[in-house]
Design a protein around this ligand. Sequence first.
Ligand code: 2DT
Length: 214
Amino acid sequence: KISNAMQRGAFIVFEGCDRSGKTTQSRLLVEKLQANGVSTVHLNFPERKSSQIGQVINSYLTNSQDLPDEVIHLMFSANRWEHLNRMRKQLEAGTTLVVDRYSYSGVAYTVAKGLDLNWCYAPERGLLKPDAVFYLKTELDELAKRGSYGTERYEKLEFQRKVSSVFDCLYERESSYWHRLNASDKVEDLHQQIAQISEKLLEQVATQPLDKLT
Ligand code: 2DT
């Protein structure tokens, strides 16, 4: 092993239903890694601001524009493709990426509308594969207690129930790199579990090549 070999960053994704705690936990992880001196960038999908595709997605989600299910699905995927090169460069330069939602949200939300899973997954093939996915699994009744949903398109309990069952299917399929965690655990307990797994992961993947979704 060459001692000064380039070490890449880790690609870490958070998935789960709306209000499962992804934003809180991904922020806490970013803060923790940065405090440890790890170069870390926080991203989230959809990335609504920096591109026209992102802006169309935003107007769709806020109900100011309607689009066929297939069209918005492909736009969510395109939004990941348009950020691929920058993400790859950052990872290769040694920066760890902590990402709030990715391809799995893409699949889960569209399958929940009744579209075919394989059709939904196809445009994700070739994107970077995460080193780890933290799936914050919520009991839907618990989620309902967190107060009423907002006004965005998907923020309805019945729909979230369907999304949740697709996430469970994906977890069964992808369990080699998914970590299913109980989203009703205390914030600090969850954070400890996530930080511990991530710190090990950073060492493990530093010299491994980046992989693609197949
Ligand atoms: P946020 O509330 O986290 O901004 O998500 N979504 C997300 C999809 O339908 N497809 C996707 O590919 C992604 C990344 C989940 C906004 C909503 O967009 C949904 C919730």
